[in-house]
Design a protein around this ligand. Structure first.
Ligand SMILES: Nc1nc2c(ncn2[C@@H]2O[C@H](COP(=O)(O)OP(=O)(O)OP(=O)(O)O)[C@@H](O)[C@H]2O)c(=O)[nH]1
Length: 478
């Protein structure tokens, strides 16, 4: 539903629902992490990191923090109560204050860092934001894991010698969860914030207008199914013959194929496929008991996410490049070739026609009384007239003819293989198809390879001025 259509009562409900949604999403993500644990304090991934990142990015610190702290404190309290030994006051301080603060602060900072990266340069850059997300996320995960492990030690839950051994898998699991799900969750929570009309950070809109890849090669589902089938084939094969880790190769192949999705689908589809593949991977690893290969699979998941996010930038660059090239070679308003590009194309096309012994017609087309039109009806009316002339010319020309705007209200067309009678017909067609504008046209026929193109254009120009002097709206030949 469009945000503007959300009724005030619905918006109020959504505003109240937003923190509840964050709280529940965090706890759900925590439960998912517990299910995927392959060793004490080590999960294949830790999706709450992604929820915290996404909530702070979408709702801001003030709105997101209470729900996130509450969810994190709830989860830690349940864990503390589940311990066989009675919990000490230090346990409770760690569970209710230190763990939640360390977690929310770390991933909240990562979110703010990623958003700040968007407006850092002269214009938003997807690769820069992806790099900020990946680097900021790695630092945030390390901070969360290191502070978490020290908190456990301070509360008497962990020996000092075990801090590093606990913090390292903690770090990697947090990072895997963040990279796999963070960006997609951020889009989802942003949608909720929009519908509730919460004030949103401008950076959240920066990449909305990214062009979709021009040749979208089919639908997401068949591609995603193929990628998942490959990944699962690798995992099942390894479960059947655990001593051959090289059987994981199809999983890596699936990651390479995911780049195909990133290059041919839009951003939402790519983020979705990263999330789906990662989720299927962790569920399969947990159910097949492949925890011994956790590190390899976490590496695969992080590579999958990082490759896909950077991969998204490539179709955008292609499109930007072709837009830039078009701006350089074409007049933006009329779509005719720009002067330099026109002369280059016209020269090539004329040379090959003359080499074949064919004549080349050059038409100079000039809008009549544009100055009067501008002065009387404004520049926009003049612009419309110029566009009408360009459209009429294009409509009368064939494939292989070259058409450009030489400047102001002056257009030129070079028609290879076109003799005088046919050039005259083309000129009449142009004039006849104009409704509001009127043009004068000068024609020169070029059959002499020793003459330079600009000399032929000068002849057509002289004919054009003869047509103007004769009263405008006419056609004259050199
Ligand atoms: N609206 C508009 N006017 C333009 C554009 N480029 C040039 N002009 C105006 O076009 C006018 C051209 O003036 P002239 O060369 O005297 O031509 P004209 O008024 O069409 O008179 P004739 O060609 O003699 O019929 C100038 O006033 C320019 O300012 C443009 O892109 N848009």
């Amino acid at each position: 539903m469009d945000t503007s259509l959300a009724a005030p009562a619905e918006r109020r409900t959504l505003r109240l629902a937003a923190p509840v949604a964050v709280y529940l999403a965090w706890l759900l993500a925590y439960a998912a992490a517990q299910l995927m644990a392959y060793a004490p304090h080590a999960s294949l991934w830790f999706p709450p990191a992604a929820v915290t990142f996404a909530a702070v990015a979408a709702f801001g610190w003030r709105r997101a923090t209470p729900a996130l702290l509450a969810a994190s404190a709830t989860a830690s309290a349940v864990t503390v109560m589940g311990h066989s030994t009675p919990a000490s006051p230090a346990h409770w301080v760690a569970a209710l204050v230190l763990f939640p603060v360390a977690h929310v602060m770390s991933f909240g900072l990562a979110a703010r860092f990623a958003l700040a990266s968007v407006s850092h340069g002269p214009m938003p850059s997807l690769p820069r934001t992806v790099a900020a997300f990946l680097v900021g996320g790695a630092v945030a995960s390390a901070l969360a894991a290191w502070l978490g492990a020290w908190t456990m030690h301070w509360a008497g839950m962990l020996d000092r010698d075990a801090i590093l051994a606990t913090a390292l898998p903690w770090w990697i699991g947090d990072y895997a969860g963040l990279t796999a799900l963070g960006p997609l969750l951020m889009l989802g929570l942003r949608r909720l914030a929009e519908r509730a009309r919460l004030p949103l950070h401008d950076a959240l809109y920066a990449f909305d207008a990214l062009p979709r890849p021009p040749h979208t090669g089919g639908r997401l589902l068949p591609k995603l199914s193929l990628v998942l089938a490959l990944a699962l084939a690798g995992l099942f094969a390894l479960a059947a013959v655990p001593e051959h880790e090289s059987l994981l190769f199809p999983v890596f192949l699936a990651i390479v194929l995911q780049l195909w999705i990133a290059h041919t689908q839009g951003m939402l589809e790519s983020l979705t496929s990263v999330a789906v593949i990662s989720t299927v991977l962790v569920v399969a690893v947990a159910s097949l008991g492949l925890g011994d290969h956790a590190l390899t699979l976490q590496f695969a998941m992080v590579t999958l996410a990082a490759g896909s996010y950077f991969g998204l930038a490539i179709p955008v660059l292609y499109t930007d490049n072709s837009n830039l090239r078009r701006l350089l070679t074409h007049d933006a308003m009329t779509g005719a070739c720009s002067r330099a590009f026109f002369l280059e194309l016209a020269e090539q096309s004329r040379e090959s026609a003359l080499r074949r012994g064919e004549p080349v017609a050059v038409l100079m087309i000039d809008l009549d009384n544009l100055k009067t039109l501008n002065d009387g009806h404004g520049h926009a009316a003049g612009d419309h007239a110029l566009v009408e002339v360009a459209d009429a010319c294009r409509g009368a020309l064939r494939r292989g003819d070259v058409f450009g705007r030489l400047g102001g209200d002056e257009f030129c067309a070079v028609l290879p293989g076109c003799a005088a009678a046919q050039a005259d017909r083309v000129a009449r067609t142009i004039q006849a198809s104009l409704v509001r504008a009127r043009v004068s046209i000068g024609i020169a026929i070029d059959e002499n390879p020793d003459m330079a193109l600009h000399a032929v254009i000068d002849r057509a120009d002289t004919a054009l001025y003869a047509a103007k002097r004769a009263g405008r709206g006419r056609i004259a030949s050199a």
